[in-house]
Design a protein around this ligand. Structure first.
Ligand SMILES: Cc1ncc(C[n+]2csc(CCOP(=O)(O)OP(=O)(O)O)c2C)c(N)n1
Ligand SMILES: [Mg+2]
Length: 357
């Protein structure tokens, strides 16, 4: 059956938008200011996110915790590359597929796993779960479950930084499913009008739940920048060096010129939307094609080709992280749940809110 038939439309000869990956950077790590030994650290960072989530999926299947679990596997170059390129006190906010960004930003495997298990040692004290990782100390503002709802908060973070004149910028990530929410237009409008120091980033992983981008969204995603006259670009999100290159450039421009950017980062979600998704809406060939661009394998190949570290160094990193994640599971298993008396702690209440009954 033709694709258009599946969607319920009559084929019209419309050329669908491209979901092709733009070319990765040709620049070497040295040209980008990345030291030899930092390449192995970038590898470690991405591998931690991958291993953590593979084990998290196993724990979910074993019934160690419930609720939703959305895996970031395949998208790790984006979290690792962004965190490397930004300053440590720049603000980051994202949607519910948040484990990778949280771990890259400084949440430990132990805090992350405990949060999934709903334990008080978790990064949100066990009360947020998978979709609500938070680490305010590291300027990581969540983890938001409602599609598009955090985009105005991203503008707010940037507004606060501009107001305080502190030279910090905000970066707000969201999925392609958020592209047509009204909140995107409201946020882009104010960001541009008030020249807010914010980078909006759509992680285009091809799907919103089981609906392909080409079926849920009219026109190219990147064109959403045009009515608001925002600077914009589409980049390859499977190559960590490309992500670093572009975020370094864009962060500098936002910081120096005080104006927002919109980036479309093309990537692929290897797993289903959540744990209950059998992925019947796409082919094995498509998954295989994207797995050939795997960001972790790609960096490993680069490291070995440039001889900045050996296979043995890589094996050692993997062994150490494998153990770190197993230890995190043990710790989460043995930690306490939050006390029921703490249920209403850490909840924002404005005492003089006028519309409260
Ligand atoms: C306002 C709203 N509508 C619907 C949902 C249900 N929902 C949860 S995730 C999701 C898909 C979002 O896809 P995308 O933004 O592409 O993010 P991805 O899962 O690919 O990371 C939807 C529709 C929701 N959480 N919020
Ligand atoms: Mg998506």
């Amino acid at each position: 059956m033709a694709e258009a038939d599946v969607a319920g439309f009559t084929p019209t000869g419309v050329v669908y938008k491209s979901t092709e990956l733009p070319k990765p950077t040709k620049k070497s790590h040295k040209t980008l200011g990345i030291k030899d030994k930092e390449l192995l650290e970038l590898f470690e960072d991405m591998y931690r996110q991958r291993r953590f989530e593979e084990r998290a999926a196993q724990m979910y299947q074993k019934g160690k915790f419930g609720g939703f679990l959305h895996l970031y596997i395949g998208q790790e170059a984006i979290s690792t590359g962004t965190v490397y390129a930004l300053n440590d006190d720049d603000d980051i906010i994202t949607a519910y597929r948040d484990h990778g960004m949280g771990l890259a930003r400084g949440i430990t495997s132990e805090q992350g796993m405990a949060e999934l298990f709903g334990k008080r040692t978790g990064c949100s004290k066990g009360k947020g779960g998978s979709m609500h990782y938070f680490d305010v100390k590291n300027h990581f503002w969540g983890g938001h479950a409602i599609v598009g709802a955090h985009l105005p908060v991203g503008a707010g973070l940037a507004f606060a930084n501009k107001y305080q004149n502190n030279n910090r910028i905000a970066t707000c990530f969201f999925g392609d499913g958020a592209i047509d929410q009204g909140s995107l237009n409201e946020s882009f409008n104010l960001a541009s009008l008030w020249k807010l120091p914010v980078i909006y980033v759509v992680e285009n992983n091809g799907y919103s739940m089981g609906t392909a981008v080409k079926r849920h969204s009219a026109g190219e995603l990147i064109n959403r920048a045009l009515p608001y006259e925002m600077k914009h670009e589409v980049i390859n999100g499977m190559d960590v060096l490309t992500v670093i290159e572009k975020f370094q450039e864009v962060a500098k421009d936002v910081r120096e010129n005080g104006q927002p950017w919109f980036l479309e980062v093309r990537t692929y979600r290897y797993r289903g939307h959540s744990m209950s998704d059998p992925r019947t809406y796409r082919t094995e060939e498509e998954e295989k094609e994207f797995k050939e661009t795997d960001p972790i394998e790609r960096l490993k190949t680069y490291i070995l080709e440039k001889k900045t570290a050996s296979q043995q160094d890589i094996d050692e990193v993997q062994k150490r992280i494998d153990q770190e994640v197993l230890d995190a599971i043990d710790a989460a298993d043995n930690a306490d749940s939050p006390d029921p008396d703490e249920l209403y702690d850490d909840i924002y209440v404005q005492e003089d809110y006028p519309f409260q009954t």
